[in-house]
Design a protein around this ligand. Sequence first.
Ligand code: MRU
Length: 359
Amino acid sequence: MQAPLEPVRWEDDHLRILDQRELPERLLYIRARDVETVADAIRTLAVRGAPAIGIAAAYGVLVGALAGRAIRVADSVRGGATGSGGSNPAAGAREAARAAADQLQTTRPTAVNLFYGLNRMRAVLAREQGSEAELLTALRAEADAVLDEDLKTGEAIAAAGFALFPDQDEVHVLTHCNAGGLATGGWGTALAPIYAAHRAGRKVHVFADETRPLLQGSRLTAWELKQAGVDVTVLVDGAAATLLTRGRVDLVIVGADRVAANGDTANKIGTLGVALAAREAKVPFYVAAPLSTFDFSLPGGDHIPIEQRAAEEVLGTRGAPGAAAFNPAFDVTPARFIHGWITEKGVLPPPFDEARSSR
Ligand code: MRU
């Protein structure tokens, strides 16, 4: 089945990125033909959500290799220097692609999918020793594979998560931030089971936390759910605890940016508060994430690098002049608050032994 959303797709000679900064008002696309455009799109959250960042970065390496070739061709037409790689086009393409990977690596620190996507492309650069054309073909194939695997993963997470839904007339799910089609290749993680339930004719009502300061919940989650015909109520982040403790929520499903080996999970700032309230209210709290979001090299959540973002994002909305801002983009929910990790291999508990060996 065709995924409903296409946040990142390759088109002819460029990367097409749905500009999520413009949603829900406008459906605009960025056409990236140089690495800086891809890096800027990731840094400024035009493309965001862990799996989508990984996919964009993988294609970004191809963008870098192609941009390097364009510069070399232009140089040789002018009869001047042959650019990076000298007279060896394959070496030049490899060098440009490596530089692209190095640049993209600095865009955002928390979502491990960024590094997962880049490492897949670096492995191709190390392996593929043929001509420039062969290298470009191999880079394209690998980036396509990262995207295709994410789409398949989304379908598997949908099925595994839907199986957790209680058997009742209407199911109420609370989510935080956006872990939907927009945040992935197109199916989503936390929202994927909701779409599966909706397609199966079940009544589902989603409570979407607004998700300050960048409003991924009210702008993006609510938008894509409405596009799919799913009922959604937006609430300010501070209202989640009230809703949970009043018994209005059957289960919580959130996404993840990085899951440590012991199950501690980094996700959008505010997730920890939801987990604490869900525990108090005895509402099951699940994390939905592909195995590409697991970082088995980190023993626990305190090793996960947390992105700190600009004060302006917090204070820009009527903050008093001179006030300081605390603006971590993510928090870490300890594994003990999480009922299960919904992955493409089913609902897993730490230490994820089976998942580790299959990766
Ligand atoms: O800063 P963002 O919008 O990239 O943060 C996104 C999240 O925290 C998502 O919940 C997470 O990446 C999972 S996306 C499937």
